[in-house]
Design a protein around this ligand. Structure first.
Ligand SMILES: Nc1ncnc2c1ncn2[C@@H]1O[C@H](COP(=O)(O)OP(=O)(O)OP(=O)(O)O)[C@@H](O)[C@H]1O
Length: 411
């Protein structure tokens, strides 16, 4: 399921039309019948369509499925990746694709660049990585979206992340700059920093701790609770004090004037302060930071940390713009939020370095399944085209390979 962009430059506009037809057909067909692909592609004459279908199947963008009633194809994650990449390329958001720098439980993080070489991050949401087979199949959100839930849920996750990132950024919060969203992907600015998880020593833990607590309170003042505020989702950027910029400093002086600036990069669980479980989420965020600072930096604050009641009071006394309301108005509706939340609840939440216990067991089963699947996919793939080495994963050098994304894509 890893993105391999190499084949994209060989795809023709016909291939992309057929791929888009498979995507459209997948919305209400688990297996899209070949005649329907042909019809939806709008291409005349069967031979072009058949050639495109066989091209796409060869590089695993679609997969042939023999159904009890008819033969057809289903869109694979790779196909959806290529459709999104093609769209980003057409709108000049992405010009080249570089290294994968992270594999999350539910996403891939890839360094990309625009035509000037400016580096950006593309995050590909993969909510089907944890197989839907293990999620209770009687869930409402699956019943109504049964044909391709992975596609729908991954797009919802990308929409949610983009909507919140935009609202937060516009209101002065320290988050990456959101650049574009297409299907299950978002493109954002690259933050040159490490996750708090990887920071072993902090000169002033009390300062950083209070900054993080203030962030939690400030979010609440704008009507939001992060819900997954932990050492993985906070990047720590080193910045020189503004008044020291441009001055010639020794290394020691520089160290003295470096400020640690937290940047929030991921908000899968973000909820409104009006959510039924708002207080639980708020307290969990506060506890997560307290526990982590104690364990990692041996820092225990004298104050107990903010309570939800205090946050509420702050919100009422000095309200910010209600970003929960703003996000809803931007197109990520309450219904979508509920569907995504039901799914997230099923697969569990990571906090303080651990996958929650209930979901952990599920995850193990699923990962095994998943490995088997992706293993065989990779084997097949290596027959037809090169696959990327796993050493690229987690490579923090953020080096671009300068791989062209597409030259022949549909206009
Ligand atoms: N904008 C960015 N700039 C730089 N690095 C980033 C950026 N976004 C993500 N990363 C890197 O990728 C890693 C994973 O990102 P993120 O937490 O958004 O993915 P995730 O799928 O939610 O991960 P998980 O499911 O494991 O929490 C981060 O820890 C960080 O190292």
């Amino acid at each position: 399921m890893k993105l391999d962009a190499k084949a994209i430059r060989y795809l023709t506009s016909e291939d992309f039309r057929v791929l888009a037809a498979c995507e459209a057909g997948s919305r209400n067909h688990e297996v899209v019948p070949t005649p329907l692909i042909s019809q939806l592609s709008g291409l005349r004459g069967g031979s072009g369509v058949n050639r495109a279908i066989s091209n796409l199947a060869k590089i695993n963008l679609i997969a042939k499925v023999k159904n009890a009633k008819y033969d057809g194809y289903r869109l694979a994650y790779g196909g959806l990746d290529y459709l999104a990449l093609n769209a980003h390329q057409k709108s000049k958001v992405i010009y080249s694709v570089g290294n994968q720098i992270g594999v999350g439980k539910e996403s891939d993080i890839i360094v990309v660049a625009d035509s000037t070489g400016a580096q950006r991050i593309m995050k590909i949401h993969r909510l089907g990585r944890i197989s839907f087979r293990t999620v209770k199949t009687n869930r409402d959100y699956l019943r109504h979206r049964s044909s391709a839930p992975w596609m729908y849920m991954s797009r919802l996750a990308a929409m949610k992340e983009f909507a919140f990132m935009k609202a937060l950024r516009e209101n002065g919060f320290s988050v990456p700059e959101p650049i574009a969203q297409n299907r299950h992907t978002i493109v954002m600015s690259l933050i040159d920093a490490f996750p708090l998880r990887q920071i072993s020593k902090v000169a002033d833990p009390a300062g950083l701790y209070s900054e993080l607590m203030n962030m939690i309170l400030e979010l609440a003042r704008y009507g939001l609770i992060h819900g997954d505020f932990n050492e993985f989702n906070i990047l720590i950027k080193e910045e020189l004090d503004p008044e020291m910029k441009g001055k010639e400093l020794t290394e020691e002086e520089e160290d003295e004037h470096i400020r640690l600036v937290p940047v929030i990069i991921d908000f899968p669980q973000m909820v409104s302060v009006d959510h039924v479980n708002a207080e639980m989420y708020f307290d969990r965020d506060v506890e997560c930071i307290k526990r982590y600072f104690k364990r990692k930096f041996h820092f225990v604050s004298e104050s107990k940390g903010p309570t939800f009641a205090e946050a509420r009071k702050k919100l009422l006394k000095n309200p910010g713009k209600r970003l929960d309301v703003e996000v809803e108005a931007s197109g990520f509706s309450r219904k979508m939020a509920r569907e995504l939340e039901a799914y997230m609840a099923d697969v569990g939440v990571k906090g303080d370095g651990e996958v929650s216990k209930d979901s952990g067991e599920d995850d193990e089963d699923v990962d095994e399944d998943d490995e088997k699947e992706s293993g065989s996919e990779a084997e097949e793939a290596s027959d037809t085209h090169e696959t990327k080495g796993s050493e690229d994963v987690d490579d923090n050098t953020k080096r671009l390979e300068g791989l062209r994304v597409s030259g022949s894509a549909e206009q």
